[in-house]
Design a protein around this ligand. Structure first.
Ligand code: DX5
Ligand code: ZN
Length: 218
């Protein structure tokens, strides 16, 4: 089953609860929360207290995407705050395996995120212990950017490796995904679809339409 993960980065931050309800009522599977520190990426967004507050009002699992330096320092707190899925960037962490181990021991589904220019090869050896890989389809930092076409090939390649090795690792894609290009990433092999601006231009209708498309892929 393909999962829809609307990104709250494009939601109304003054009334997140209302937006979350709309997403839930119309079939969103998980909520994607973008944490940015102003160092790993130029932007600053939300932190642990906001994740915790969202977890109290959300009925669906939280997917926390850490775009921060030294993610291992904060992993435990984000999981405690309610992250069921958590990912950190390979470019921001020197000890990938140790950090993965830590996240797994805390009971979260753990993923590693790759910037568009980072090759999937860096993950080959840890793939069997990953629950998911987050392939960035824009450069991280902002919502509303244009989808980078060359990332499709990375999704295809990764899907093939996962199949060859008979693994259950899911592929999450994030950035520039809208109703008019989501089928491309689904065909390439994506399992979890993140969309921010592509949802929030009309959250009710777009959530429904995304789910309708996702249903025809499995
Ligand atoms: C970008 C974030 C994304 C962002 C996607 O760095 O990781 O999750 O919210 O937004 P759209 O779908 O508008 O590109
Ligand atoms: Zn994200």
């Amino acid at each position: 089953m393909k999962l829809l993960a609307p990104s709250l980065l494009s939601a109304n931050f003054a009334n997140l609860e209302k937006d979350i309800k709309i997403l839930e009522e119309n079939g969103a599977d998980i909520l994607h929360l973008d944490v940015m520190d102003g160092h790993f990426v130029p932007n600053i967004t939300i932190g642990i207290p906001v994740v915790e507050a969202i977890s109290k009002v959300s009925q669906i699992p939280l997917d926390v995407h850490l775009m921060i330096e030294e993610p291992s320092r904060y992993l435990k707190e984000f999981i405690k705050a309610g992250a069921s899925y958590i990912s950190f960037h390979v470019e921001a962490e020197k000890h990938i395996h140790r950090t993965l181990d830590l996240a797994k021991s805390l009971g979260a589904k753990v993923g590693v995120a790759l910037n568009p220019a980072t090759p999937i090869l860096v993950l080959e050896d840890v793939l069997p212990i990953l629950d998911f890989v987050l392939i960035m389809t824009v450069n991280p930092g902002f919502g509303g950017q244009r989808f980078l076409e060359f990332t499709l090939e990375k999704v295809r390649k990764l899907k093939n490796i996962i199949k060859e090795k008979s693994l259950n690792t899911l592929i999450e894609v994030d950035g520039g995904i809208k109703l008019d290009n989501v089928e491309k990433v689904l065909k390439a092999g994506a399992d979890i679809i993140v969309s921010g601006s592509g949802i929030f231009s009309n959250p009710k209708e777009n959530t429904k339409k995304f789910k309708q498309i996702l249903k025809s892929y499995f």
